[in-house]
Ligand binder design. Structure first.
Ligand code: TP9
Ligand code: MG
Length: 556
């Protein structure tokens, strides 16, 4: 039997930590690693390293385990860096790996394809090191996984010199993997703080729970649902925590976006937060873009921040009570401590709900294309309750935050923190890998989708039956909105594209596609897409009314 190489030990250690897939593109280090060295871990070839990073991010998020991505040296690693940044700002336990020039020939910016990738990745990651001796590989993987999984989770990076990757390693008996990730700093005073928060809650007239994704990661969804219903406490979420209460639950007050007043042409933030006198920010994370300035309106409020990590943004948030403990433990404690508190009547947001319903029911025909709220209403009609709604980044995404139905944690997936456009397609593919047999629909704009559309071929090759809806206004619409906001007009050379035929683009990559121009043709196309069990693309021409609406909440 041949001795295992560093590559084999690396892969088996990753597998032992629960990693199921390595997404990426292999370069000349293929002479040292084939990716079939061990069973139980699969390599998925993508068309771009950014896609590989996003796929690892989304799979890690849904499976609650670390997942890996891989790039070759130099340009492969720098391409991967945007996926790594996405995992950093969106808090995902991604183990990013890249090959490096042979250890004896490592002269960054001189040797062929050699750049200092640890230097590139260090500010984007929680841990970044280069392998110096083959026998260190298990320790390095263990450190990378520990750093990546401790709250708040994020990416780790390992640089792998090609000669060391292919080197034989003597027989190894690594210690067993401990799957339990740490919880970061736990403040031992949290039990005393719990009594304070229970008193604040008992004395409040209109408390709300403002929920971030850390509450999902902590496993707080069940206790959150029962606590909210028992006490009559409304739940407001960030983009990415949408679904912790189903959209149609009377206590689901929706997800917040800084664009909502403008899109709805309605003072939505005032309606949501004006009457509130206590905010319990459960699993709060500033990166999810629900900013304290959005809730600072109307009545004076007490604010409680609950997070397993210490407060990193005191300049914008100084809560009245800052509880450093995992959100599930805290809410379970609060549930018990408030058992005697009677259920309240939540504050009334019926005018806001009526405005949302009015837009969803909009049947107006527009010569310049459907409006995005009409597109999403039609998607809601067809997507089954357990389905996953993935959104790329663009103006349409903020309509998705407001209008898309979501009934489960991570039922709505988008990049809130990094907002890297082009995220949507690989995110949807990874969601489908994580949830085989369940419907996954993608909403993407022409700008973001075509910035990373090469992975249409990956969808076809892996036969991942995602239904993709590309809303096409031949331009970077969101940026046009900002041009209007700043200058009162658009400058198309900086935002406008020529026409792309997305149906033909899909077909060229082995994906069936159709054009839909109204609600009826879109509904028919979506139904067909969900029955097909193969990837399917629907292109929908859309129009935006940028000049309308109040976007002052964006000036934060
Ligand atoms: N480059 C990256 C990688 N990410 C982002 N977010 C930008 C640039 C800046 N954002 S959101 C956007 C840009 C250019 C335009 C999106 O255009 P679209 O056609 O995908 O969507 P829409 O509906 O706004 O036109
Ligand atoms: Mg566009």
């Amino acid at each position: 039997m041949t001795a295992p190489t560093t590559a084999g030990v690396l892969l088996s250690r990753l597998r032992d930590h629960g990693v199921e897939y390595v997404f990426g593109i292999v370069g000349r280090e293929a002479e040292a690693i084939l990716f079939d060295e061990v069973d139980g871990i699969e390599f998925v070839l993508t068309r771009h390293e950014f896609s590989a990073g996003v796929m690892a991010d989304v799979l890690a998020r849904i499976t609650n385990r670390p997942q890996a991505c891989f790039a070759t040296l130099g340009p492969g690693a720098t391409n991967l860096s945007t996926g790594v940044a996405t995992a950093a700002l969106d808090r995902s336990a991604v183990i990013a790996l890249a090959a490096q020039t042979e250890s004896y020939d490592r002269f960054p910016n001189h040797t062929h394809q050699c750049v200092d990738t640890v230097g590139v990745m260090r500010p984007l990651t929680k841990f970044a090191e280069e392998l110096a001796r083959p026998r260190d590989v298990v320790d390095l993987i263990d450190s990378a996984v520990s750093a990546a999984t401790v709250e708040p989770p994020g990416p780790s990076f390992l640089s792998l010199p090609v000669d060391l990757l292919g080197a034989p390693i003597g027989p190894q008996a690594p210690p067993p993997v401990d799957h339990v990730a740490g919880l970061g700093t736990v403040d031992p005073h949290w039990r005393r703080q719990l009594a304070v928060v229970a008193d604040l809650f008992a004395g409040a007239e209109h408390p709300v729970l403002v929920v971030g994704s850390a509450a999902i990661r902590a496993g707080a969804v069940d206790v959150l649902r029962s606590f909210a219903r028992r006490t009559g406490t409304p739940v407001i979420t960030t983009y990415t925590a949408k679904g912790v209460l189903p959209t149609d639950d009377p206590l689901c007050y929706g997800a917040v976006s800084g664009y909502m007043d403008g899109i709805l042409d309605f003072p939505a933030l005032d309606a949501l937060f004006g009457p509130v006198d206590l905010i319990i920010a459960l699993g709060y994370d500033y990166a999810e873009d629900l900013r304290p300035s959005m809730w600072q309106r109307g009545r004076d409020k007490r604010v409680v921040r609950v997070s397993a990590a210490v407060n990193p943004v005191p300049r914008v948030l100084r809560p009245d009570v800052d509880v450093v403990v995992d959100p599930a433990t805290f809410l379970t404690g609060l549930d018990r401590a408030t058992a005697g508190v009677a259920a309240r009547t939540p504050h009334d947001i019926s005018p806001l709900r009526a405005r949302v319903a009015e837009l969803l029911a909009d049947r107006t025909d527009h010569a310049d294309g459907m409006r995005v709220h009409q597109v999403i209403d039609t998607m809601n009609e067809v997507l089954p309750r357990e389905g996953t709604f993935v959104s790329d980044i663009g103006y349409f995404r903020h309509y998705g935050v407001l209008f898309a139905n979501s009934s489960r944690p991570y039922g709505f997936l988008t990049s809130a923190g990094c907002s890297s456009f082009g995220y949507g397609l690989p995110a949807a593919l990874a969601a489908q890998l994580a949830r085989p047999g369940e419907p996954v629909v993608l909403l993407a704009g022409d700008g973001g989708f075509h910035s990373n559309s090469a992975d249409l071929e990956t969808a076809a090759r892996l036969n991942l039956p995602v239904v993709m809806v590309v809303v096409n206004n031949s331009g970077n619409g969101l940026i046009e909105l900002y041009q209007h906001k700043g200058h009162g007009r658009a400058h198309r050379p900086a935002t406008g594209f020529s026409t792309v035929d997305f149906v033909q683009l899909a077909q060229a990559n082995g994906v069936e596609g159709v054009l839909a121009t109204d609600r009826d043709s879109l509904r028919t196309a979506l139904r067909k897409g969900f029955e097909l069990r193969r990837p399917f693309l629907v292109e929908v021409p859309i129009g935006y009314d940028f000049a309308a609406g109040d976007f002052s909440a964006l000036a934060v």
